[in-house]
Ligand binder design. Structure first.
Ligand SMILES: Cc1cc2nc3c(=O)[nH]c(=O)nc-3n(C[C@H](O)[C@H](O)[C@H](O)COP(=O)(O)OP(=O)(O)OC[C@H]3O[C@@H](n4cnc5c(N)ncnc54)[C@H](O)[C@@H]3O)c2cc1C
Length: 464
């Protein structure tokens, strides 16, 4: 039986659920290529950043998740090129290159953070898109309290105890809420020279509403709750500069203000993977402002019925960049691939079923928008808890996550307060590596001039 080669780019919601949707097809051979070895549950990154959960709980190994799916092969690699003519995907890892041919391609490489053209802000205001980001932020947040304890002047202490979160969407609200709980509950008795409850947490956004996607009423409820927790919410405020010791903003009245703050968190703006632009250029298709490919209603790239683009990389009907859009889109794409293989007509359009959205503000408090229902408070929080548990992959992760939630939400503790120097300073060190210092897979001289995994495999095959 000839097999149909499906290449999946990315192991996030789109990549993983698309691969799993093809698990029953013996006539399909899937190669999932992703730049990390894990599937990341991004909605809980803020809990890793604030010491509630460990990184392993929200990032199970993709290889382990797919171990029993015999038609799926997992490859580590960053896709650097897609050749639409030759139907190949080129990926690289540690200096090694590999070319993988495909019959169908599922592109689910997601989106990165956008600093709205000010990438230099990233150094002092990291975003929150990856485990690296969350662990670096954990180190910076807990480290700020340590620096405050060592401060020599009141000004230095105040700067260390000021936290600015940029972006009042779900991630920003969750981060601001968690830093407030950390200061007011977890750390309140841990220091001798400082009072952690005196920490200032500022949440700012250029728009004039908290959680705009949730509507006025829930936005106002979230803002009121944050205010009660001591978070200073500043709306209509635009960031104009970020440096090591603070942030400069333009206020709603046009005046400029400088806020002295050691810790800044960037939770605003997304930019689709650059692969989107590359595919668009080759196929003559447009991308939107966030670099997302304008796909056809059946999620394919115009002129390329064999290429599906899903999740945060696609632009269709103003669908939001949320997990359900990626999951449902990937399942739709997998269904069309199987229909085509079965000689059936494919479905002309992807219909998204909106299951609603939620955001937590603090323990026991969340907002939820489901269909026409809008509610906030404890019930919304319990629902949030249950739904997130269902989507966490793997039984063991659910058990430990529940335990850690009990530690943090019923008690005052945080089970994951470890932050290493590598987590905080490693990225800066990597940025300064020269080309010849970049990590690579060491070559055994006995292997001769072998440069890629594919070549190595060819050699093995020939010598076998
Ligand atoms: C902090 C945060 C909180 C969020 N909270 C929520 C929430 O509460 N509810 C909700 O519904 N949504 C939430 N989202 C959005 C949701 O996580 C995304 O919409 C969803 O992950 C998109 O899925 P995806 O498959 O398109 O991309 P992703 O899940 O981002 O997966 C992309 C994958 O592609 C890989 N990749 C990227 N580039 C390459 C490359 N060049 N080569 C190979 N692999 C590559 C990545 O390693 C990753 O495996 C949140 C996002 C973030 C960042």
């Amino acid at each position: 039986m000839s097999t149909h080669r499906v290449v999946v780019i990315g192991s996030g919601f789109g990549g993983l659920f698309g691969t799993q949707a093809l698990r029953r097809r013996k006539d399909v051979e899937i190669t999932l290529i992703a730049s990390t070895t894990h599937h990341l549950f991004q909605p809980l990154l803020y809990q890793v950043a604030t010491g509630i959960l460990s990184e392993g709980e929200i990032a199970p190994s993709t290889r382990e998740v797919l171990a029993r799916q015999r038609n799926a092969t997992v490859l580590l690699g960053t896709v650097t090129g897609v050749d639409l003519e030759a139907r190949t995907v080129t990926s690289q890892v540690l200096g090694r290159e590999r070319v993988t041919p495909y019959d169908s391609l599922l592109v689910a490489a997601g989106a990165g953070q956008s600093w709205f053209g000010n990438d230099e802000f990233a150094r002092h205001a990291p975003g929150m898109k990856s485990i690296d980001d969350a662990l670096e932020l954990r180190g910076r947040i807990f480290g700020a309290f340590e620096i405050a304890e060592l401060a020599r002047t009141p000004a230095e202490q105040e700067r260390a105890l000021t936290f600015v979160v940029v972006g009042a969407g779900p991630t920003g609200v969750e981060m601001a809420g968690q830093i407030a709980e950390l200061a007011n509950r977890t750390l309140r008795n841990d220091f001798r020279r400082i009072d952690p409850t005196k920490a200032r947490i500022i949440l700012l956004d250029a728009v004039d509403q908290v959680l705009p996607a949730f509507g006025d009423r829930l936005g106002e409820a979230a803002r009121a709750r944050l205010n009660r927790m001591g978070v200073d919410v500043r709306l209509g405020t635009t960031v104009t500069d970020v440096d090591a010791t603070g942030i400069t903003v333009t206020e709603p009245d046009g005046s400029s203000t400088r806020v002295e703050a050691l810790t800044k968190v960037w939770a605003a703006g997304v930019q689709a993977s650059p692969l989107g632009r590359q595919i668009a250029e080759q196929s003559g298709v447009e991308v939107d402002r966030a670099g997302r490919i304008k796909v056809l209603p059946d999620l394919t790239v115009p002129g390329h019925p064999e290429i599906y683009v899903v999740g945060d990389m696609m632009s269709l009907d103003d669908l939001p960049g949320v997990a359900q859009v990626a999951i449902q889109g990937a399942r739709f794409a997998a269904r069309q691939i199987t229909r085509r293989l079965d000689g059936k007509e494919t479905e002309p359009r992807f219909e998204y079923f909106d299951k609603g959205s939620m955001a937590t503000i603090s323990r026991f408090s969340a907002v939820a928008s489901i269909g026409r229902l809008r509610f906030s408070g404890f019930f919304a929080w319990v629902l949030w808890l249950a739904i997130h548990l269902v989507y966490i992959i793997g039984f063991k992760h659910r058990v430990t996550t529940l335990l850690h939630w009990a530690v943090s939400f019923l008690g005052r503790g945080r089970a994951q307060r470890v932050a290493t120097q590598q987590q905080v300073f490693g990225r800066r060190a990597m940025d300064s590596l020269t080309a010849d210092q970049a990590p690579s897979i060491p070559s055994d001289p006995a292997d001769g001039e072998v440069t890629g995994v594919a070549e190595l495999e060819d050699r093995r095959r020939t010598s076998a």
